[in-house]
Design a protein around this ligand. Structure first.
Ligand code: CLF
Ligand code: SF4
Length: 493
């Protein structure tokens, strides 16, 4: 993806001032061709300190901070119908071949190289490509090595939960504050449609027995973690007709057991991935179906809506993948950790966040003052930093917000194929973008040409670059005021 923040500039920025400019700027070409938002006030200080730099646990942090995964844990102890073992773990990654599996020593070299080069890096996660708890020796060794060499990185792991209870004590001792457990059901009958078998206590289990064991172990692991104040995110794969309605009950149960976040991810079931679901025609949910389910849960456990279903070897801000820049052939044999870039970046982000927060509060006040009842979806083209700073044609995803008098709420993202291909746009691609923007009323971006604007308009979607480089919430509030404030005045005139 085009960098979310002006990453090209950040890579070469030598001074604090250069880094600040790079963070705030839009970057990109100047062509005009077609082309959990919780903050410090919402959380107890000890929880805010754990999540404020974690791009997955804080929606606000994901504008600024990056994660990386190291693919050190290839073995798995269960079979999910949405997984093909040749591909990444679909718990935490979109199906796609892992570029390379690493030893713990290789992982340390890679993490050090990324920490030196990517100032946004704050979290090291182990999310497969199998199961981090089943392949525990390699997971543990990797975290031990990294924690000694780079003490200011957060450690995070993801698991299917079957082996989790055996390792909770060590997880707590290792200061791992964030654990994700994929829980797709709390009723084993539902589980029989998702898991054909598990491997547990030296034997293979199938059918209802397998689902019962998995369920009991997931609940046990969840309770053990929350009892130790470890933040638990529950991931659930939404599988229409199998567990979609049931996820309401999953949400209720995991909330009652202390889960911090619930992340409902759409099933990916491309037949080309060779999964059981892909090959048997099981479809994934549409964006609006996912939103409808999430809206039903809005009073439940806090929902994560900004997950990108990233690969088990992903590197960078969520929504971008710089993994190919850091394959082992790009990593030096000997690499020493240099914290300077990351420390400088953090001090700049601390200032930016203050300004962003003030802007969000101001946007809420402005929206509350508009005499309108409309609740609309607004799609934003952004490279990160919390601003409207990407050209329409460069976007590989749009961030979608809901705007009403009640404020601005992040809803999710819509992936698209990049429309602009070096100065010209592809009509077929634009059709796909329009389809992906189902339900959206307006697109706010840094630049858009007349050609895509007209096509969007014909599909009932407005688009404007009038709010280029504004903070996202401020731009949305200004557009809402201009659109509905004026409409009310003209109606009452
Ligand atoms: Fe990785 Fe997962 Fe930790 Fe994040 S991902 S182990 S919690 S550092 Fe994040 Fe990626 Fe979604 Fe996972 S966007 S797939 S939720
Ligand atoms: Fe695949 Fe992950 Fe499920 Fe294991 S837990 S079968 S690796 S999706």
């Amino acid at each position: 993806m085009v960098q979310l923040i002006a990453l090209g500039s950040l890579k070469t920025a030598a001074s604090t001032e250069e880094m600040r400019t790079a963070l705030q700027s839009s970057g990109g070409c100047s062509s005009s061709s077609c082309g959990s938002s919780e903050g410090p006030a919402d959380l107890p200080p000890e929880v805010w300190n754990k999540v404020k730099d974690h791009p997955c646990y804080s929606e606000e942090a994901h504008h600024y901070f990056a994660r990386m995964h190291v693919a050190v844990a290839p073995a798995c102890n269960i079979q999910c119908n949405y997984c093909n073992r040749k591909y990444d773990c679909a718990n935490e990654s979109r199906p796609g071949v892992v570029s390379e599996k690493l030893t713990p020593e290789q992982a340390l070299r890679k993490v050090t190289a990324v920490a030196n080069e990517v100032p946004q890096l704050s979290v090291l996660g182990i999310a497969g490509p199998g199961d981090a708890c089943y392949d525990w020796r390699k997971t543990r060794e990797t975290f031990d090595l990294v924690a000694r060499a780079i003490p200011d990185i957060k450690l995070c792991l993801s698991t299917n939960g079957l082996a989790l209870p055996d390792h909770v004590a060590e997880i707590a001792d290792m200061n791992i504050d964030h654990v994700t457990v994929t829980i797709n059901m709390v009723d084993p009958e539902v589980g029989t449609g998702i898991y054909p078998w598990i491997f547990f206590r030296n034997r293979r289990w199938t059918g209802l027995d397998a689902a019962k064991i998995l369920h009991e172990r997931q609940m046990e692991g969840l309770e053990m973690l929350t009892a130790r104040n470890i933040l638990v995110k529950v991931n659930s794969v939404m599988i229409p007709g199998i567990n979609d309605e049931h996820l309401i009950e999953v949400n209720r149960v995991v909330k009652s057991k202390g889960a911090f976040l619930h992340n409902i991810m759409p099933l990916i079931s491309d037949p080309a991935h060779g999964t059981h679901f892909g090959l048997t025609g099981q479809r994934g949910p549409r964006a609006m179906e996912l939103k409808a389910l999430q809206d039903k849960l809005s009073d439940g456990t806090k929902l994560m809506r900004h997950c990108r279903q990233c690969r088990a070897d992903a590197v960078g801000l969520l929504g971008e993948d710089r993994g190919q820049e850091f394959t082992m052939d790009h990593v030096p044999e000997v690499v020493a950790y240099d914290p300077e870039k990351r420390q400088t970046y953090r001090s700049i982000v601390a200032e930016e966040r203050g300004e962003h927060l003030a802007n969000r509060q101001d946007a809420s006040r402005r929206l509350a003052a508009v005499d309108a009842a409309e609740s609309v979806l607004v799609a934003i083209a952004t490279k990160g930093g919390g601003r409207i700073n990407q050209h329409f044609g460069h976007a590989k995803e749009f961030q979608v917000y809901e705007a009403s008098r009640d404020g601005v709420t992040f809803i999710g993202h819509r992936k698209v194929d990049q429309y602009c291909q070096g100065g010209w746009g592809e009509d077929a691609t634009l059709d796909g973008v329009i389809e992906a923007l189902e339900g959206v009323r307006v697109v706010l971006c840094a630049k858009i040409g007349d050609c895509p604007k007209d096509s969007l308009s014909a599909a009932g979607i407005a688009a404007t670059d009038d709010y280029a480089h504004d903070w996202i919430e401020a731009g949305i509030a200004a557009w809402y005021e201009a659109t509905f404030g004026t409409a009310i005045e003209s109606l009452t005139a």
